[in-house]
Ligand binder design. Structure first.
Ligand code: NAP
Length: 739
C-alpha cells in the first residue's frame, strides 16, 4: 500500500497558474519546500526574487526524483513533452497532478508515455485565472473561494486524490470531482465557447473598415462581451486543439441558435424573439450567484444579518407574494391550453428555477417583470425534451413537483441540483411515483441526481404516512397523466395549493375526509384551461412579522393582501389561545386562495398546554411558537405528534439546538417539549439554519438582550430577495453585513 507525503513540491511551468499555486502554498506554509522548473530559467529567477518559490531548478531529472508532488503547469500542448521528460525519474509514491484547462488530451498522453496510468496521477483544473501570464502576475489568493475540478481516473489511488484535494483546499479552493471527458464537454460549453466567440467577434469587427468606430466608441456591452479576447492567444490555440471535438460541437449548437434568432428577427416573430431573450435574461440573472462562484475571476461574498432588539413594528406593510403558489402557477400555466397571466409572481431563486426548467422544455414565458408573468401554455402533451440535464439549483419545490411531472413525459430527463440540496432524500415521492409505474434512478439515499425514463403510468391508491404538500403535489401532477384514477390518502390535512390551482384551471378533482383520513382523487381525463392568477402575500413571512409584532411592546402592524389558506393559518388560533391580538379581515372570496389583511398588536402571552392534535398541522411553524413561548408568562408544554417525518424532526431539533445556544430553558423529553420563560442573549449564530428557523430567530432577536448576528445568510437572501427591506419597512432594525 503506497503512502504519499507532500513535503517537497515541484512546479513545472512557472507562469500565472503555476506561480500562483506556488505562492499560495508557500505563503500559507502548506508544504515545506516549493521548487520550480521553467523552460525559461529567468522566470524561475524572477520567482525567487518575488518570493514565490524556494528553489529554481536547473537539473530537472534530480528535482523530479526528489519531489513528493509534481504539478504540471505548462500550456496543455506542452504537457506530453514534459511527461516524456519526467517519466524515467518519477518515483511510484510521487503525486502527479496538473492545472491544464483540458483533461482528455492529458489522460491520453499519460497513457501513451507511461503505458498505464500511475496510481499517484490525479488530473486537476482550477477554475480561476486572469487575462495575464507569467510569474510576474502570480497571486497567492487567486484560488480563494474558487472551484478546482479534479478528474481522477479509475486507476488513481483514492489516497492520492485526497492529498491533491487537500493541497487545493489549503489554498482556499472548493474541490469538485468529475470524469475527465465530462469535464471537457462542460468546459467546452462554459469556458471554451465564450472565449472562441469573443476572439472571433473582435477579429470579425476589426477586419471591417467601417467598424473601426465600434472600437473607438466601444460601449460597456462590447467591452464586457469581449474582455476575454485579451487572453493568451497561444493558450487558446492549444486548448482548441486539445479539446477540438467538444468545442466544435458547442460551436455548431451555438450556430444553430444564432440561426434561429436570425430567422425570428428576419420574420419579425416577436414571440420567438421574446422567448429567446427572456429565457436568456432570466437564466443569466439567476445563474449569476452560481456563476460568481465558478467564474474565473469573481468571488462570492458571504452575507450576515444583524438585528438590533427592541424596535416596535408598526404601519401598513405589503410583503412578498407566496412562493408555493408561484411555483404552481408556472407549472400548471405551462401545462394549460392558452395564455395565462400571473400577477404578483414571487421572484425568488427557487421559483425562478421552475420558470427556467419550463423554458428549457420549450414553453415561452415572458417576464417576470415587477411580478407579472405571461405563460404561453403548451397543453398537457406539449412539453419538449430539454437539450441537456435540467438543473434545479436549491429549489426543493421545483425538484419534488417536476419529478412527478417528468415521470409522465414521453422523453427521458436527467435532473440535478445544487450541492446544498443533493443530500435531500425524496424517498417518499419516489416510492409513490414508482407505485404508479414511474422509472426513476436516484442515488442510494433516494436523492438527486435523477435519471427519469418514459413509462406508462397507472393510477393507484397511495397512502402517505406523513402528510406532505410536496409529495402530494408530485403525485397529483403524475396523476394528470396516469391511466385511470389516482387516489391519495393522508392522516391529516396539509397545504392544498396544488389542488386549488388545478381547480382554478378547470381541472376536476375530489377531496373528502372520513374517520380522520383525508382522500384526494384525480383522473387523467381532464384539460387545463389558461386563466389569470393573482398570487397573494406569503403567509410564512407574514407569520414571522405577526410573531415579532406580538413580542415587541408598542407594536401595531397591518399586513395587507396575505394568503390565508386555512391549511396554512392553523398556528393563529394557538397564538390567540396564548393571548395574541391578531385580527383577520377577509377579502371578497375569489374561489381561488382566500386573502386577508391581518392586524396584530403587542400582547403579553401566557404559557399553554398544546396537545399533539393541536400541533399536528403546524409542525413547520412550531419554531415561531417555541420562540413566543419563551417570552410568555409561565411554562408552555407542547406534545409533539408521534409520527413526525425526518424533515419535521430535523426542524424541531435544529430549533431546540439554536434556542438552547441562545440561553433558552427548554427540554425535549421524548415527544414533549417544555419551554420555560428565558432571556435570550443575542450575539452570533454561525450555523446555517433552515429558512423557517432563521425566521424564528429573527423574531427571537427582537427581544434578545443584545444584537444578534445570523451568519451565512446569503442563501436565505437569495431565496427571499426583499426580506431585509420588508422587515425594515415593518420597523425591525435589520442590516445586511459582509465580512
Ligand atoms: P503561462 O503564464 O504562460 O505559464 C506557462 C509557463 O510554462 C510559461 O512560463 C511557459 O513558457 C512555460 N512552459 C511552456 N512549455 C514548457 C515546457 N515544455 N517546459 C517547461 N516550461 C514550459 O500560462 P498559465 O496561464 O499559467 O497556464 C498554465 C496552464 O494552466 C495551462 O495548461 C492552462 O491551460 C492552465 N490554466 C490557465 C488559466 C488562465 O486563466 N490562465 C486558468 C486555468 C488553467 P513560455 O512562456 O515560453 O511558453
Amino acid at each position: 500500500m503506497l503512502t504519499y507525503t507532500t513535503h517537497r513540491l515541484l512546479i513545472i511551468g512557472l507562469g500565472l497558474i503555476g506561480g500562483s499555486f506556488a505562492k499560495a502554498l508557500k505563503s500559507r506554509k502548506v508544504v515545506q519546500h516549493v521548487a520550480a522548473y521553467d523552460r525559461h530559467p529567468q522566470e524561475c529567477d524572477l520567482g525567487m526574487r518575488l518570493g514565490v518559490i524556494d528553489e529554481a531548478v536547473e537539473d530537472l531529472p534530480s528535482a523530479v526524483q526528489q519531489a513528493d508532488v509534481i504539478v504540471l503547469a505548462v500550456p496543455v500542448k506542452a504537457m506530453e513533452a514534459v511527461l516524456k521528460d519526467i517519466q524515467p525519474f518519477l518515483r511510484p509514491t510521487t503525486l502527479l497532478t496538473d492545472v491544464g484547462s483540458t483533461k482528455g488530451h492529458l489522460v491520453q498522453a499519460v497513457r501513451q508515455v507511461f503505458q498505464q496510468i500511475p496510481s499517484g496521477f490525479v488530473p486537476g483544473h482550477p477554475i480561476a485565472g486572469a487575462e495575464k501570464s507569467g510569474v510576474i502576475a502570480a497571486d497567492a489568493d487567486l484560488f480563494e473561494r474558487h472551484k478546482v475540478i479534479l478528474t481522477p481516473l479509475p486507476e488513481s489511488d483514492p489516497k492520492a486524490t485526497l492529498e491533491v484535494a487537500r493541497l487545493w483546499q489549503s489554498v482556499g479552493a472548493e474541490v469538485l470531482q468529475m470524469d475527465p471527458y465530462r469535464h471537457d464537454q462542460v468546459l467546452a460549453a462554459t469556458s471554451h465557447l465564450p472565449h472562441v466567440l469573443a476572439f472571433s467577434l473582435v477579429d470579425t469587427l476589426a477586419h471591417e473598415e467601417e467598424n473601426r468606430d465600434i472600437f473607438r466608441y466601444a460601449a460597456g456591452g462590447f467591452r464586457d462581451f469581449t474582455r476575454i479576447a485579451a487572453s493568451d492567444p497561444v493558450m487558446w490555440h492549444d486548448i482548441c486543439q486539445a479539446n477540438r471535438d467538444a468545442i466544435l460541437k458547442q460551436i455548431d449548437q451555438f450556430t444553430s441558435g444564432v440561426a434561429r434568432l436570425r430567422s425570428a428577427i428576419a420574420a419579425g416573430d416577436s414571440q420567438a424573439m421574446l422567448g429567446i431573450f427572456s429565457r436568456a435574461k432570466v437564466a443569466r440573472e439567476h445563474f449569476s450567484t452560481l456563476l460568481a462562484g465558478s467564474a474565473y475571476s469573481a468571488n462570492t461574498q458571504d452575507i450576515d444579518l444583524r438585528i438590533e432588539p427592541g424596535s416596535p413594528l408598526s404601519g401598513q406593510v405589503t410583503i412578498h407574494s407566496d412562493r408555493s403558489i408561484s411555483h404552481r402557477a408556472i407549472i400548471i400555466g405551462a401545462l394549460s391550453e392558452g395564455v395565462t397571466d400571473i400577477e404578483g409572481f414571487f421572484e425568488g431563486e427557487d421559483s425562478l428555477m421552475t420558470i427556467k426548467a419550463f423554458r428549457e422544455m420549450g414553453v415561452v414565458i415572458e417576464g417576470p417583470h415587477q411580478g407579472s408573468v405571461r405563460i404561453y401554455g403548451v397543453g398537457l402533451q406539449g412539453l419538449q425534451p430539454p437539450k441537456g440535464p435540467l438543473y434545479l439549483g436549491k429549489s426543493e419545490t421545483s425538484l419534488q413537483l417536476l419529478t412527478g411531472l417528468l415521470v409522465a413525459q414521453s422523453f427521458s430527463t436527467e435532473v440535478f441540483v445544487d450541492e446544498a440540496l443533493s443530500q435531500q432524500s425524496l424517498l417518499s415521492t419516489l416510492m409513490s411515483l414508482r407505485t404508479m409505474g414511474a422509472k426513476i434512478d436516484s442515488n442510494e439515499q433516494g436523492g438527486p441526481p435523477f435519471r427519469i425514463s418514459p413509462s406508462i403510468l397507472k393510477g393507484a391508491e397511495i397512502e402517505l404516512p406523513h402528510a406532505s404538500a410536496q409529495v402530494k403535489s408530485s403525485v397529483l401532477l403524475a396523476g394528470l397523466y396516469a391511466q385511470g384514477q389516482t387516489c391519495l390518502k393522508t392522516n391529516r390535512f396539509c397545504r392544498d395549493h396544488t389542488e386549488r390551482m388545478l381547480k382554478s384551471f378547470g381541472y376536476p378533482l375530489s377531496e373528502s375526509e372520513e374517520a380522520g383520513e383525508v382522500k384526494t382523487t384525480i383522473n387523467s381525463a381532464g384539460t387545463l384551461t389558461a386563466t389569470k392568477i393573482r398570487v397573494p402575500g406569503d403567509f410564512s413571512t407574514a407569520l414571522m412579522m405577526i410573531a415579532a409584532a406580538t413580542l415587541v411592546p408598542q407594536s401595531s402592524l397591518t399586513l395587507t393582501d396575505i394568503g390565508v389558506n386555512p391549511h396554512r393559518t392553523k398556528l393563529l388560533p394557538l397564538l390567540s389561545r396564548m393571548g395574541a391580538n391578531i385580527q383577520l379581515t377577509l377579502h371578497k372570496d375569489t374561489g381561488f386562495e382566500p386573502v386577508a389583511d391581518i392586524r396584530v398588536t403587542y400582547a403579553q402571552l401566557k404559557g399553554q398546554v398544546f396537545t399533539a392534535e393541536d400541533v399536528a398541522c403546524v409542525v413547520y411553524e412550531l419554531p415561531f411558537l417555541m420562540v413566543l413561548a419563551l417570552f410568555a408568562e409561565g411554562q408552555t408544554l407542547i406534545h409533539l405528534p408521534e409520527t413526525l417525518s425526518a424533515k419535521e424532526s430535523a426542524l424541531i431539533l435544529s430549533t431546540v439546538a439554536v434556542l438552547r445556544e441562545q440561553g433558552a430553558q427548554l427540554e425535549l423529553n421524548g415527544s414533549q417539549l417544555v419551554l420555560t420563560p428565558s432571556a435570550l442573549k443575542g450575539g452570533e449564530i454561525s450555523d446555517v439554519l433552515p429558512p423557517i428557523v432563521a425566521f424564528a430567530m429573527i423574531v427571537a432577536s427582537t427581544r434578545a438582550q443584545q444584537a444578534l448576528r445570523i451568519k451565512h445568510s446569503a442563501a436565505l437572501l437569495a431565496a427571499y430577495p426583499a426580506l431585509v427591506e420588508q422587515l425594515r419597512h415593518a420597523g425591525i432594525s435589520i442590516h445586511k453585513e459582509s465580512d
